[in-house]
Ligand binder design. Structure first.
Ligand SMILES: N[C@@H](CCC(=O)N[C@@H](CS)C(=O)NCC(=O)O)C(=O)O
Length: 307
């Protein structure tokens, strides 16, 4: 079975972003399906409490956030165009806005009764009620003030107009895709595919681009159980750490948490840091020693004493 494992759920847009990248990269991968909301003990044992999805695993190395996962896919498939930090400042700024404000506007404006009925059909009424409660709580604790109602839809429509103007090529920043296309894809996938909103009508270039992105498919997934995935972590050692000049803070206990929403912190020993990545070590009886990788962008690292 393939080495790369992706913890994901069907209705998760950020999971879809990575599934589409795996399709573009034509990689084989193992899929572990997780619930739409915590508790997710099978993930906590690996990440130490990071609450977002997706998460990827390669043996005893765990990757949190699509920025870190994309860099790993880029490495495995030889596709540097998926590494955010290697793109121009223009592309990085586009991704920052699209992955946060525009993504939230897409989800908020397109979530309606039809979406809820879909969730009830795919899970259950009880699950859907828990889901709503969970997301309301997450929104309350968020540092991002997301737009609501008409303002959220206006933001999405302005984004669609902007994309229509940008698309002079097959993809947003040229004739071939880069990480920005995948960031723009998952929000509009939610709007047009999951929520079935007709908002792309009248924007033929965006419609054709979305069809091109969907045509990448999902690569070659195989289902894997969470317990088999945990066994893989237990039977593996984290891979060798890269060399770093940034040694001053190593070996201290730190907390690391997203700086936007879902800010549940993870505690571990800082074993690597550079301008793009933070890696912490955690050890538990269940899975032994694991290294958990986070991107620098969008995360705060603090020594445990100062928390
Ligand atoms: N910055 C994160 C965002 C991930 C994210 O927000 N994922 C959503 C699902 S699409 C999530 O975790 N929602 C809360 C949850 O599923 O518990 C990334 O790029 O991976």
């Amino acid at each position: 079975m393939p080495d790369l494992i992706l913890y994901n759920y069907a209705l998760s847009p950020f999971s879809e972003k990575i599934r589409a990248m795996l399709g573009y990269a034509n990689l084989p991968w193992c899929s572990v399906i997780v619930r739409e909301m915590p508790p997710r003990p099978e993930l906590n044992v690996l990440t130490g409490g990071y609450r977002k999805v997706p998460v990827a695993q390669l043996g005893a190395d765990i990757f949190c956030d699509t920025r870190a996962i994309a860099a790993e896919i880029a490495r495995l498939a030889g596709k540097p165009e998926l590494i955010l930090e290697e793109q121009s400042e223009e592309v990085q700024a586009f991704v920052r806005e699209t992955d946060l404000e525009i993504f939230l506007a897409c989800v908020i404006s397109a979530s309606d009764g039809r979406m809820l009925r879909k969730l009830i059909r795919e899970t259950s009424l009880m699950n859907t009620l828990r889901f709503l409660k969970d997301r309301i709580n997450m929104g309350r604790k968020s540092r991002v003030k997301a737009l609501r109602g008409a303002a959220a839809k206006e933001k999405v429509m302005a984004h669609i107009v902007d994309m229509e103007q940008r698309l002079s090529n097959d993809f947003l920043f040229g004739p071939t895709p880069c990480v920005a296309d995948f960031s723009a894809y998952h929000g509009l996938w939610f709007v047009a595919d999951l929520a079935e909103k007709p908002w792309l009508q009248g924007y033929p270039k965006v419609g054709a681009w979305l069809a091109r992105m969907k045509a990448f498919g999902h690569g070659k997934p195989e289902n894997l159980s969470a317990s088999d995935a945990a066994t893989r972590a237990r039977n593996a050692q984290p891979r060798a750490l890269p060399h770093t000049e940034d040694k001053a803070q190593l070996d201290q206990q730190v907390t690391i948490a997203p700086d936007d929403y879902g800010r549940d912190p993870v505690i571990g020993t800082l074993v690597y840091t550079d301008k793009n990545e933070t890696i912490i070590a955690r050890e538990t009886q269940e899975v032994g020693l694991v290294h958990v990788h986070f991107p620098k962008q969008g995360f705060r690292v603090r020594p445990v004493e100062s928390v």
